[in-house]
Design a protein around this ligand. Sequence first.
Ligand SMILES: *Cc1c(COP(=O)(O)O)cnc(C)c1O
Length: 377
Amino acid sequence: MQAETSPNGSGDPGFGRCFSDHMAIASYDLAHGWSTTEIVGFAAMSFSPATMVFHYGQAVFEGLKAFRQPDGSISMFRPDDHARRFNRSAQRLAMPAQAPGVFKAACCELVSIDQEWVPAELGHSLYLRPMMIASEVGLGARPANEYRFVVIASPVGSYYARGVEPITVWASPDYVRAAPGGTGSAKCAGNYAGSMAAKIQASAQGCDETLWLDAGEHRWVEELGGMNIVFVIDGPDGTSLVAPPIQDTILDGITRKSLLELGRRLGYQVIERPVSIDEACRAGSFQEVFACGTAAIVAPIGAIRTPSRESVIGDGQAGPVTMRLRDALLALQDGRADDPFGWRVKVTEAEPSVRRCPVPAPSCAGTSVAERDPTSV
Ligand SMILES: *Cc1c(COP(=O)(O)O)cnc(C)c1O
């Protein structure tokens, strides 16, 4: 079977279906702290069924991208912000933080060794997935004393198979993603597990994603399952971006933050205030609505559905402000535009703090990951 992608291959690789040749890995135990990060061949990992992550769910992750630049070099987008958030997520789940620089060095070194996996096509990138899990073996509900940090990489194109077509979102009447004091602002696996039932409900309603409302009143729009939400008012008095303010029930998205800053620079007014589901659905409140996150960058929202109504946003198509912001961010990420913010971080050769293991890497070129190693899926 021919895979959709390979190093230097063309065509749309889709999202997260194939992985590069290597991975970065480090271990932690209470007595020794974090080990040196190593680059090893991408391979299945084996764990005892009594490993604590399977039972108590201490698992956090990140998602960031490396982009091929016009001069052939490679830059990651805001890796330090992702590193800080990774440590914050870890802290919320009582997992150990990493020393400054470890996260970025691991990502840099992985991208550097697998640089031929960074696509050059417009809108494509190498998606990095750092994660940390409790690796201690034993039952007993307490914070584990051993952890594993792993970074894998996947060449990606469009997050949605149909590209930047508008998506429809479903405001679930039954489920809640996050409550005050909970884990909503941590990028932890459990948040996703808890949202899958709503995702099934959304699909049954013909919708692409869940639109989460607040836990207390079930009235205030918070975010999507894996993307933040921004509303656009485009009127005679100018353009405003309206975004629900970040609180501990909302993931502090780096794409959201970047788009709001870019919007300000483009002369838009940026307003962070609560938006109710009634306001979001009322005809004329907003001319455009979009979701944003590292994976999809910007996904226009064409309609919002609740059990009682379906509200089409504008004409249901991707709006000009949405597309302008999307293009501006992508141009900054892939080096076609200036970077006045210092968000691009060049991937340099050889991070001295990371050890390259001389184990030959299996190649995923021309095979799907499942084919390469059936135990890895
Ligand atoms: C990752 C994530 C986002 C988007 O964050 P980015 O930093 O922009 O990728 C939004 N919401 C949730 C729940 C997430 O997990």
